[in-house]
Write a protein that binds this ligand. Structure first.
Ligand code: GLY
Length: 271
């Protein structure tokens, strides 16, 4: 399952077809990729493709912050090892999710700011300007929201989740996005969740971790998702998520329009 973010969904609602076509292509490509790769490799692959598409607010085409600078956030969680890694406010890299994935093999697994960028350079990730003309033009409009993500279950029954974002847009420099926290991206051997929306609302709800933990403790994915949506509504939170369990049950929900795609046995589902 992949998602293209809550914020740009206003565009989806107005009938923009480019984003739909891009999500369909990436969902289908990633499903083929999953046939010969692990869930972990697949979520990194899918989110890299989403980051590379300037239509989405992650990687190339990320939103600018209030000072006109792009700072990106991404994380990856290997459900099989229950291991999380992420980068916060990294700059000038093409694929933040790949830097996060590199950190999975380190003792220190979440890096922020200049040190995250320096780590990327040390790992051989070359400098890349993620700014597009469209995002610079939109800077003054101060649109908020938008993130990309993927959850996958592989043939061996392993789950993984990855999430990447340019942030809310127009945020205070130094603000930490939910997308590199367990609120925005979480997986274990039982379930995997990737969130989109306003990071502060997602953190307030501990959204991804809460859904996964409820399923781990015996709730069905459907019930855990419904409870999360009810709690978000009670807090007037703006968020959405895609969720998958080890039996292959899929769930998604959002408080505002967004677009998620899923493939199962090669059939494409659009939410
Ligand atoms: N969910 C993305 C952010 O608020 O940074």
């Amino acid at each position: 399952m992949i998602h293209g973010g809550l914020g740009p969904a206003a565009g989806f609602a107005r009938g923009k077809h480019q984003e739909r076509a891009a999500l369909q292509r990436i969902a289908e490509d990633s499903f083929v990729f999953l046939r010969h790769h692990t869930a972990l490799e697949t979520v990194i692959h899918a989110v890299s493709l989403l980051e590379d598409d300037p239509l989405f607010n992650a990687g190339t085409g990320s939103k600018l912050q209030s000072d006109g600078v792009i700072r990106m956030t991404a994380s990856v969680m290997d459900g099989a090892r229950q291991r999380f890694a992420g980068v916060i406010n990294i700059r000038d890299v093409k694929n933040p999710v790949q830097v996060a994935a590199r950190l999975l093999e380190y003792d220190d697994r979440v890096l922020a700011g200049e040190e995250a960028t320096a780590f990327a350079r040390g790992q051989g990730f070359s400098a890349h300007n993620p700014e597009t003309a469209a995002r610079r033009t939109a800077y003054d409009e101060q649109h908020k929201g938008g993130t990309v993500g993927c959850v996958a279950l592989d043939a061996a029954g392993r789950l993984a989740a990855a999430t990447s974002t340019g942030g809310k847009g127009f945020e205070m420099p130094g603000r930490v996005s939910d997308s590199s926290t367990v609120a925005g991206n979480y997986a274990n051997a039982v379930a995997a969740v990737s969130c989109t929306g306003i990071g502060e609302d997602i953190v307030n709800s501990a959204l991804a971790a809460r859904i996964v933990i409820r399923v781990t403790d015996g709730m069905t994915l459907d019930a855990a998702s419904a409870a999360a949506v009810a709690e978000l509504a009670a807090q007037r939170g703006e968020a959405g998520f895609i969720a998958l369990d080890a039996q292959g049950h899929m769930q998604q929900a959002a408080t505002h329009p967004y677009l998620a795609y899923a493939t199962h046995d090669g059939r494409l589902r659009v939410f």
